[in-house]
Ligand binder design. Structure first.
Ligand code: N2P
Length: 388
């Protein structure tokens, strides 16, 4: 069922390498980031503020300061660490923000609920830089890419502290399937001693478990979801923490030895640990058997007030230099195709940021689930955490 998407994503990396097919509209030959020269379909009110609500650890603060300076605008930047949190705000219709960052698996429902403004693409000359494969994949939830631009794409995987994990496993060798370290109680019961962290979201965790047990990671069957939930329950006694952002510091400090997380966050943890302790003992795993993939977007809420600045910011993050600077800081693959060449080589060649074709072929894009199933999963998750 998800084969076409897997094949599609496999070619993402090839596209990125060969810089294939950049979109040429709208036509901008100015050579600058173009916002000022964008054709104005309608005059946008001029304001001095911009309110952004986006994922935590998802921007280089220096680029935010640079934007403020360039456009004489004050940015308020607030954070969340789950799509569920963003969605609960967006569905009230009163977001209070000018830009927000839903993932591909949540964007569609929010568009249908009327949460976003249609984009005037003439305000985004750097649209031409967007990786066309990402635009194509997003059309499943945003036909004709009317409401959102992709910002980054990436994976859910896990990282280990190699020394601590080896010590905790003792004579038990590392498993053939890396995911056994995460979901097989034979291993988790041993790694319990050095600390395991799971993400605090059924949306992020359940597709990984479903794939691990050979089910469709995008299954919408409650029976399948129950099977996945039972695997989590079987490991529950071995899990120290459920967290979708705190694991960065937990790993960096050595408080946990295995954390499931967003790929970039895990790389940030690795870098932070090396910087603060001089230790190079974190490995971000990229299991050959596959990982979850997602595309994160930026969109302008219906109730946005600072729309001109929102457009300037959308155009800004697609500028190759800015996209590369952000991508180096947060260690995710940028949607701006020319940015990859400008990234630090250490990151642009890192398979946990730009996975190999082999890994992509075994991976899957996480797709939207029905609202009813989402509610079911959220209840299930509360029960799991409550020990029920
Ligand atoms: C960054 C989170 C990445 C978002 N901290 C994954 N959709």
């Amino acid at each position: 069922m998800h084969t076409p998407i897997r094949l599609g994503l496999s070619s993402l990396i090839l596209c990125a390498l060969t810089a294939c097919g950049g979109h040429s509209q709208p036509n901008d030959q100015s050579g600058n980031d173009g916002a000022a020269s964008a054709p104005q379909h309608q005059p946008l009110a001029h304001t001095k503020a911009l309110k952004i609500y986006n994922w935590s650890d998802y921007v280089d603060p220096a680029t935010v300061k640079a934007f403020e300076k360039k456009y004489d605008v004050k940015i308020t930047y607030n954070y969340y660490d789950s799509d569920e949190t963003l969605e609960s705000k967006m569905l009230t219709g009163q977001s209070g923000y000018d830009l927000v960052g839903p993932s591909n698996s949540f964007l569609g429902r929010q568009i249908k609920a009327g949460a976003y403004q249609k984009l005037d693409k003439s305000q985004i000359p750097n649209w031409k830089n967007i990786n066309p494969r990402l635009l194509e994949l997003l059309q499943d939830v945003d036909p004709d890419n009317q409401y959102a631009i992709p910002n980054y794409w990436g994976m859910n995987t896990f990282a280990i502290n190699t020394e601590k994990v080896r010590a905790a496993l003792g004579n038990t060798p590392m498993p053939d399937n890396d995911w056994d370290l995460v979901f097989n109680p034979t291993y988790t019961s041993k790694l319990k001693s050095c600390g395991i962290s799971y993400m605090d979201s059924p949306i992020e965790m359940l597709p990984l478990v479903l794939h691990y047990v050979g089910k469709d990671p995008n299954s919408q069957s409650k029976d399948d979801i129950d099977i996945a939930a039972n695997i989590i329950k079987a490991n529950r006694a071995n899990i120290l923490r459920y967290s979708s952002s705190g694991y960065i510091d937990d790993l960096a400090r050595g408080d946990v030895c295995l954390a499931v997380g967003f790929g970039g966050d895990l790389n940030i943890a690795k870098r932070r640990r090396a910087e603060s302790t001089g230790k190079h003992d974190i490995t971000v795993m990229v299991p050959k058997s596959g990982v979850s993939l997602w595309i994160d977007t930026l969109a302008i809420p219906k109730d946005a007030v600072n729309v001109e600045n929102a457009y300037r910011y959308l155009n800004w993050v697609l500028t190759p230099e800015i996209a590369a600077q952000n991508a180096d800081a947060v260690t995710y693959a940028p949607a701006s195709l020319p940015a990859r060449k400008l990234m630090n080589k250490e990151y642009s060649n890192d398979p946990s940021i730009f996975p190999s074709d082999e890994v992509l072929a075994n991976s899957y894009l996480v797709l939207p689930i029905k609202t009813e199933l989402l509610k079911y999963e959220l209840r299930l998750w509360q029960n799991i955490k409550a020990g029920k």
